[in-house]
Structure formats: C-alpha cells, structure tokens
Design a protein around this ligand. Structure first.
Ligand code: UDP
Length: 334
C-alpha cells in the first residue's frame, strides 16, 4: 500500500516513513526540501516539489497509486510565525488547500494530519483533553487550527476521512541512530541544551523564570518522535478499518519544566549545561500537557519511549554522534 508522506524529509515525517516501511507500507515522500533533508528519505522515493502545485500533486497521487496521505509539510516555529504570519498562513494553509484539492481530484479520501497542541493556546485546565477550547496564541497554532477546520468540514461533506494528531513536544531521535533532529536554525530546547553541553553552541537561554509553575520555568509534555511515528501508522490503520473522523492528543499526561530538562541533559551527558535566564519568549504558554487517554483507547497507543531520560538519551546519542562525525570529516580532510 503506497502512502504519500508530505514533509517526509523532515524530523517527524522521516521517522514516520521508517515506521510505515517497518509495517509493510511504501512511503512516497513529497518534500520541497526547504527545511527537510534528502538524506532522511531512505524507505521509498522522494519527489521534490511544493504542495502548492495542485496539478503536479494530483499526478503524483495518481501515478504512484497512493491510497492515503499523511500530511506533515509545513512551517512549525512558534517564534518565526509571530514575525511572519502571512508566510505561515500561505505555506501551511495554502499548501494544504492545494493538497486537499489534489486529493479530491484524484479521489483519495484518507488523511492523517499533523496538528499541534499550539491550537489550544493557554489551556484553562491541564492535562488538556481534545474537547477543550482551541484558542491559539500564535499564527503557527492558528494556521494548524484553520487546517483542522477545513478537514473537518470536508469530512462532514463526505469528501475526506481524517485523523488529526495534536502533538505535544516532539523530541528524541531514532533509537537505532538512523535519524534525528536536524534543524538548520535550531530553536528547540533539548537539542539546544545538548549543543550547549557539547560546546557546539552558545550557553542556553532559559526563556522565563517567572511562570506560575513550581520552579518558575515553563512546563511542556515531551513525546519521543518514535512514539509519534507509531501513532501515525496506527491512525492510518484505524481509518482503513472504517474508524470515525477525529482529533487525538499525542501527549504523555506528564510535563517537565525547562530546568528539569536541563538537569536531565546534565545527568545523561555528564556535562554541565551553561545557561542564563532571559525574559519569556512571546507566544509561549506556561504549561502544556496533553491527556493521552483518547489516543490510548482508540489507537491503543502507548508512549512507551517517552520517559524524559529515554528521550534525552536518544537525543544525546544522536547529537554527540553528529559531533563525532564532524570530527572524523575534519580529520579526513586535513
Ligand atoms: N526554551 C528555552 N530556551 C530555548 C528554547 C526553548 O527556555 O532556547 C523553552 C521554551 O520557552 C518552552 C520550552 O523550552 O517553554 C520548549 O520550547 P521548544 O522551542 O523546544 O518547543 P515549543 O514548546 O515551542 O514547541
């Protein structure tokens, strides 16, 4: 069964392509490589293209005999979205509308959509359940919510069958070391903390120490990327069994503060993380923790790799391996 994976050269998309291949599917990746990497596409063909070319996407869907779509492609940085709202709506919503039109034209109905906990904004209660109000605080979250709405209405019209997966904080790396987090402009806490510990980067900035949390730093629900990947495969299988359209949180139900993450990085890496406190980052809510019960019940999903120590260990191995690789390359060149 051929599955189109948009954004399959990126972080979560590439881990999902691997999980698909391990479950007997053939992932066909479409990616414009604006942030993804061709070397992450190892389990099926890579089509380098933008989703905004509807006619081309339709041709890919037809010629590759695609049966369902997993849609990751999009821009995903909260801070950047606050500075460039138009480009976030153009890329995320515009790209998705084009993809959906191509699916409609090609008669493909099943879609698993990569959504986000940023659609909830600053929740009144944690852990967050799927029925809580969605009031995004930044253009990134709002662009993803707009997509959820389009998909939902197309579902009502009988044009799509969908699962929206609202991820909490994707983290970690492939336990077999084949893939990891590789952003050109890294903004995420765990790789930045590891980079600071390995002296590959400047000292870490702690964004806000005056949050209403036990240690004053923001709390997030970190989920191992391998657990996210397996949820996509389960969602696809759920749709092919005729499951109803729905949104599911992919969180663990437990949060960790920025300081707790730093302590874990120091423990795992046995290196100090140089850090300084700075003011809060715009658009960051104090606490985001997801209730995974619906995903557990419906997909039988267990975030079994997502203990904070396990996440940091995989990420540490990945980033320190990259450092070893750079060192080897430099030695070979000199
Ligand atoms: N964070 C931080 N310093 C950094 C990067 C992130 O203190 O250099 C904090 C950020 O404010 C948030 C948490 O770490 O509370 C996770 O941020 P990240 O960017 O990893 O993910 P996001 O929650 O934005 O998706």
């Amino acid at each position: 069964m051929n599955i189109l994976v948009t954004g399959g050269a990126g972080y979560i998309g590439s881990h999902t392509a691997k999980a698909l291949a391990q479950s007997g599917y053939r992932p066909v990746v479409i990616d414009d490589l604006s942030t993804g990497h061709a070397h992450n596409v190892k389990w099926g063909p890579l089509v380098r293209a933008s989703l905004s070319d509807t006619a081309f996407v339709r041709t890919v869907l037809q010629e590759c005999q695609i049966e369902a779509v997993i849609h990751f492609a999009g821009s995903a940085l909260v801070g950047e979205s606050a500075r460039q709202p138009l480009s976030y709506f153009q890329n995320n919503v515009g790209g998705t509308l084009s993809l959906l039109q191509a699916m409609l034209d090609a008669g493909i109905k099943d879609i698993v959509f990569s959504s986000t906990c940023a659609t909830y904004g600053s929740p009144a209660r944690v852990p967050i359940t799927e029925g809580q109000p969605q009031m995004p605080l930044n253009p990134y979250g709002d662009s993803k919510l707009s997509i959820e709405r389009v998909i939902e209405w197309m579902g009502v019209a009988g044009q799509l069958r969908w699962v929206a997966l609202r991820y909490f904080n994707a983290a970690g790396a492939d336990p077999e070391g084949e893939l990891g987090e590789e952003h050109e402009h890294e903004t995420h806490l765990i790789p930045l903390a590891i980079g600071a510990a390995l002296k590959q980067r400047e000292s870490l900035q702690i964004f806000g120490t005056d949050y209403p949390t036990p240690d004053g730093t923001a709390i997030r629900d970190y989920v191992h990327v391998t657990d996210l990947a397996s949820a996509h495969v389960s969602a696809l299988q759920y749709l092919s069994r005729g499951g109803e359209n729905l949104a599911l949180n992919l969180g663990t139900g437990k949060g960790a503060s920025v300081l707790e993450v730093l302590e874990m990085v120091q423990l795992v890496g046995r290196q100090r993380v140089p850090a300084t406190a700075v003011p809060r980052r715009a658009g960051d809510p104090p606490i985001l923790v997801g209730d995974p019960q619906r995903a557990r019940r419906i997909l039988h999903w267990e975030p079994s790799h997502s203990a904070l120590g396990a996440i940091v260990e995989c990420a540490w191995r990945w980033h320190s391996r990259s450092q070893a690789q750079v060192h080897i390359n430099l030695v070979t060149q000199s």
